[in-house]
Design a binder for this molecule. Structure first.
Ligand code: SAM
Ligand code: SF4
Length: 498
C-alpha cells in the first residue's frame, strides 16, 4: 500500500494500513477515511499455537495448508478472519503463497460487476498453474450468486461455498480429501449466525464483531439479500461475551458489523435494542472505543444519537448511506425513505451535543437518473457536509429488480457524474478537515512510519491522523494530538502531553 506505515505485530490478513485506502477505480471511488480495501491476502507470521498438520511436503505444497485472499467489504474481511479461525482450529496452517498451499480460498465480492470479474480473472490464473492435489475454493458472494456455474467457467475449482455455510467448511474439505471431486455449500435457509470458537483477527487493536448477518431490505440494485440471505441477529449475551473476551485479550476498540447493523433485533429474551447494546459494549471493562457499521437510514433513530451523546466510548462517527439525493431515484431504488426523511435523520446528528462525523455511500447513474436528480444529490452533499463518501457508478447485477429497468445511463455519463460528485465531496472534506486545525483530539496509534518520529492512527470520528512524536512506544496507545494541518483525506498533527 506504500504509505510507509508498519504494524509491529503479526496479523492474519489485511493491508495493515490504518485508514485503508482511497481508491478511485473505474467503477467508483472513495473520498473519506473508512477502511474498505479491495483485496487482502493472508500474510501473517505463523506462531506455534496455530497448531497445524506437520505433514511432509508434496510438490512443494504443505499438506493441511491454506491460502486465503479476501475481496470486498469489512464483512468479508471479518468472515475471512472467522474462516481462518475455523481452519486453524482444525489443524490447518495458513501460508502466504498459493504455490505452498494445499487449499486456495478466495472470499469473494459480487456487489459490483468489476468486483466479480476480478475474482474470475484471479481464478483464470490456475488454468495452467494449479498443482496436482491443490483444492481451489470460491467462498462468499460470488460463490452464492454463481453457484455450480463456477465449475463450468473454471473447471479446476472444486469447492463453492456461500457465507451462510462457512461452519461446514472443514466437513466440505474433508469430503474433497476423501475423494469427492466437487462440493458445494450454498444453503441460505440457515437461521444461524456464523459464530466460531476461534477467530484469527488481523488488526491488533480494532476487533470486528458481526452482530447481524444477511439483509431483509430489498434495494432494487443490490445482490446482498440474494448472496447473504435473510437478517439473523446474534443474541446480546453472546455478543457481550465475545467483547469481554476481546477486552481480556487486550483489544480496546471493537467495531460491530452488519449490512444493516442498526436493524439488530436481540433474539434472546432480553430483547435489548441496538442503542442499548452499544452502551453495554462500551461499558465492558477495557473497551475504550465502540464503532458500528453500516447503519440503514430507515432504522436510524434518536436513541442512537443519544447513546453517542452520553457515552464517550461510543465513537463520534456514523456511516449512513444515502445512495441518492433524489426522492424519485430513492423510490426506484426501493430505499424506503425520501430525501426529506433522510434529512430528518441527519438533523438528529447535526443537532447532537457531541459533534458526530457522518459518512455515506452514493450511487450515480441509476437507471432513469436525470440531470435534475443528480443535481439533487450534489445539493444533498452541500446540506449534509459529509466527512467521507464511497461513491460508485451504478452496476447492473444479476437477479436484481433494477436490471430490468429502462433508461440506462451511458457509461460515459456515469463517469462524468461520478467525477463531478467526487470532486465536490473532496472540497467539502478539505474544508471540514481544515476547520479542525488548532484543535486537540484523541488518537488511537495504529502505525509507525519508517520515517523517524512519524506515527498514524484514527480519531474517534474515524479520521486518519498522521502525526509527529518523539516518543518511542506509542503503538496501541491513546494519545492527544494537536491538529496542525489538513487535507481532504487526513489530518496532520503533533503529539501533545495535555
Ligand atoms: N447495507 C448497506 C446499505 O444499505 O447502505 C450497504 C452495503 S453494500 C455492500 C455497500 C454499497 O455498495 C452500497 O451502499 C451501495 O452504495 C453500493 N452498491 C450496492 N449495489 C450496487 C450496485 N449494483 N451498483 C453500484 N453500487 C452498489
Ligand atoms: Fe443491499 Fe440495501 Fe441490504 Fe444495504 S440495505 S445490503 S444496499 S439490500
Amino acid at each position: 500500500m506504500g504509505n510507509g506505515f508498519d504494524f509491529s505485530v503479526e496479523r492474519l490478513a489485511g493491508t495493515g494500513v490504518p485508514g485503508g485506502k482511497a481508491p478511485a477505480s473505474e467503477s467508483g471511488g472513495y473520498t473519506g477515511n473508512i477502511q474498505e480495501t479491495d483485496v487482502r491476502v493472508g500474510h501473517y507470521k505463523r506462531s506455534p499455537q496455530d497448531g497445524g498438520v506437520n505433514a511432509p511436503l508434496q510438490n512443494g505444497i504443505g499438506a493441511g495448508t491454506f491460502y486465503l485472499e479476501t475481496f470486498g467489504c469489512q464483512m468479508n474481511d471479518h468472515d475471512s478472519e472467522k474462516v481462518a479461525g475455523v481452519l486453524l482450529a482444525r489443524g490447518y496452517k495458513q501460508v502466504e503463497r498459493t504455490d505452498e498451499a494445499s487449499v486456495i480460498l478466495y472470499n469473494t465480492c459480487s456487489i459490483r460487476e468489476k468486483a466479480a470479474q476480478k475474482v474470475f480473472s484471479r481464478l483464470g490464473e490456475y488454468r495452467t498453474t494449479r498443482k496436482e492435489g491443490q483444492v481451489i475454493g470460491v467462498l462468499g458472494c460470488v460463490a452464492q450468486q454463481e453457484g455450480e456455474d463456477i465449475f463450468e467457467r473454471a473447471p479446476w475449482v472444486s469447492l463453492v461455498c456461500g457465507s451462510a455455510s462457512y461452519r461446514k467448511l472443514p466437513e466440505l474439505l474433508a469430503q474433497l480429501e476423501a475423494g469427492e471431486k466437487r462440493i458445494t455449500g450454498l444453503e441460505l435457509d440457515t437461521d444461524e449466525t456464523f459464530e466460531t470458537e476461534i477467530t484469527r483477527r488481523d488488526n491488533p487493536w480494532r476487533a470486528y464483531l458481526t452482530i447481524i448477518e444477511g439483509c431483509d431490505k430489498a434495494c432494487s440494485y443490490c445482490v446482498v439479500p440474494y448472496t447473504r440471505g435473510p437478517e439473523r441477529s446474534r443474541a446480546s449475551a453472546s455478543v457481550l461475551e465475545e467483547v469481554r473476551q476481546l477486552a481480556d485479550m487486550g483489544y480496546t476498540e471493537v467495531q460491530l458489523l452488519g449490512q444493516t447493523v442498526n436493524s439488530y433485533e436481540d433474539p434472546s429474551a432480553r430483547r435489548i435494542r441496538f442503542s442499548e447494546l452499544l452502551v453495554a459494549v462500551a461499558e465492558v471493562v477495557g473497551i475504550r472505543r465502540v464503532r458500528f457499521t453500516t447503519s440503514h437510514p430507515r432504522d436510524f433513530g434518536k436513541d442512537i444519537v443519544e447513546a453517542i451523546e452520553t457515552v464517550p466510548g461510543i465513537c463520534e462517527h456514523v456511516h449512513l448511506p444515502v445512495q441518492s439525493g433524489s426522492t424519485n431515484v430513492l423510490r426506484a431504488m426501493a430505499r424506503t425513505y425520501t430525501r426529506g426523511e433522510y434529512l430528518e435523520k441527519i438533523a438528529l446528528l447535526h443537532g447532537s451535543k457531541r459533534p458526530i462525523s457522518i459518512t455515506t455511500d452514493l450511487i450515480v447513474g441509476f437507471p432513469g437518473e436525470t440531470e435534475k436528480d443528480f443535481e439533487e444529490t450534489l445539493s444533498l452533499l452541500d446540506t449534509v457536509q459529509y466527512d467521507g463518501a464511497f461513491s460508485f457508478k451504478y452496476s447492473p447485477r444479476p437477479n436484481t429488480p433494477s436490471l430490468k429497468m429502462d433508461d440506462a445511463i451511458p457509461e460515459k455519463e456515469k463517469s462524468r457524474r461520478l467525477a463531478i460528485l467526487m470532486e465536490k465531496q473532496r472540497e467539502i472534506q478539505r474544508a471540514r478537515n481544515e476547520r479542525l486545525v488548532g484543535e486537540t483530539v484523541e488518537v488511537l496509534v495504529e502505525g509507525k512510519s519508517k520515517r523517524e518520529n512519524q506515527w498514524s492512527g484514527h480519531t474517534s470520528s474515524n479520521k486518519v491522523m498522521n502525526f509527529t512524536s518523539p516518543e518511542q512506544k506509542l503503538l496501541g496507545h491513546y494519545v492527544q494530538v494537536r491538529v496542525t494541518g489538513a487535507s481532504p483525506n487526513s489530518l496532520i498533527g503533533e503529539h501533545t502531553k495535555v
